[in-house]
Design a protein around this ligand. Structure first.
Ligand code: NAI
Ligand code: MG
Length: 336
């Protein structure tokens, strides 16, 4: 039996979570879903966006499903990543038929370092003698340990998932010390995996922003630092047709949290219009993490069928179905 912490959160987070649990409950797998509060509504009710009780539930679970939070998203998700040391952020870039994907047959994985880099929150103002703010600085931290851990994760992921190549992305020509170290560590790890048949290469992040548009099919697994990973993965989302389709995983040594990339979408919340695919694909990533590969594949195939037929899909995919109708259609297509 798997204990799954479920945080629906705000807005469409609740709707896509319901649509996803609808599918998980139909599987022949024993789940115990433990619901926990977090987000804007939780803050209104209890005074805090992320109660200690929620953190406790998540820590005791085998995995966590997270819908979306609203304005409190940073307090909720950044804190959860820290509390659970979820150092690897995985964002697949995969094209499905029947979507607004710019390319067919895209399938690569972006592995983003999730704990340091530009996101340590160490910013300062520069002030003149009278105390006027004349500028600001932000500190960027790259450590050997965190770089090794994320590069090792990316190469291991490549090996275990039949991927052939890992591309390290950096800006070592300008950020000589920080990204110089990241690049050095990347090739140390790459060397270990050479004999396993995993190729390696590295590019500057600016060139990569272009290559993602001009030759995205040349990528297999990308590994990069926090901020670059954040930006490139949104570019990846744009490549394959938008937020309603993009899942993500936050993985630590012992814990993991799965969430769609999108937010609470206040413009469509409460109208049953949200595309549940991103949340369902996040649940598929959770099933893979738990070792339930067969169930993961079965749902993935069902999604593929529903998207290809373009009949029972939501408005963002030019369809007329509701969130739950699309979830039902996917459920009906699952072959056990
Ligand atoms: P958003 O992702 O909520 O929405 C952006 C646009 O995409 C909207 O037009 C929305 O209708 C559409 N969209 C998003 N998901 C969709 C889906 N599943 N189906 C169909 N259309 C979808 O981002 P936005 O508008 O920047 O932020 C709204 C709120 O969400 C903010 O309060 C923000 O802080 C929060 N947020 C939370 C995140 C999280 O919990 N991880 C991530 C991003 C934003
Ligand atoms: Mg982002």
């Amino acid at each position: 039996m798997y204990k799954i912490a479920v945080i629906p959160g705000d807005g469409i987070g609740k709707e896509v979570m319901e649509a996803t649990l609808n599918i998980l409950e139909a599987l022949n797998i024993d789940f115990e879903f433990i619901f926990a509060d977090a987000g804007d509504e939780c803050k209104e009710k209890t005074g805090v966006a992320l109660p200690d009780e929620t953190i406790e539930i998540v820590k005791k679970a085998d995995a966590c499903l997270f819908g979306a939070a609203g304005e409190t998203a940073a307090d909720v998700i950044v804190r959860l990543r820290q509390e659970m040391d979820l150092f690897a952020n995985l964002r697949p870039v995969k094209s499905y038929p029947g979507t607004k994907s710019l390319f067919d047959d895209l399938d690569f994985m972006i592995v983003r370092e999730n704990t340091e880099g530009m996101y340590i929150g160490d910013e300062d103002y520069i002030k003149d003698e009278s105390g006027n703010i004349t500028g600001a600085t932000a500190k960027r931290v790259i450590t050997r340990d965190a770089s090794e851990r994320i590069c090792e994760y990316a190469f291991k992921y490549a090996k275990e998932n039949n991927r052939k190549k890992v591309t390290g992305i950096h800006k070592a020509n300008v950020l000589k010390k920080t990204d110089g170290l990241f690049k050095e560590v990347f090739y140390e790890v790459a060397e270990k995996y050479k004999s396993e048949g995993i190729e390696s290469e590295d590019f500057y992040v600016d060139a990569t922003a272009m290559y993602l548009l001009t030759r995205p099919k040349s990528f297999d697994v990308i590994v990069t630092t926090n901020l670059f990973g954040d930006i490139l993965s949104d570019e990846g989302a744009g490549l394959v047709g938008g937020l309603g389709l993009i899942p993500s995983a936050n993985i630590g040594e012992e814990r993991a949290l799965f969430e769609p990339v999108h937010g609470s979408a206040p413009d469509i919340a409460g109208k049953d219009l949200a595309n549940p695919t991103a949340m369902i694909l996040s649940a598929i990533m959770m099933l893979e993490y738990l070792g339930e590969k067969e169930a993961a594949n079965a749902i993935d195939k069902a999604i593929l069928k529903v998207l290809s037929e373009s009949k029972t899909v939501t408005g963002d995919l030019s369809g007329k179905s509701t969130t739950i109708e699309m979830s039902e259609a996917i459920k009906e297509k699952i072959e056990f």
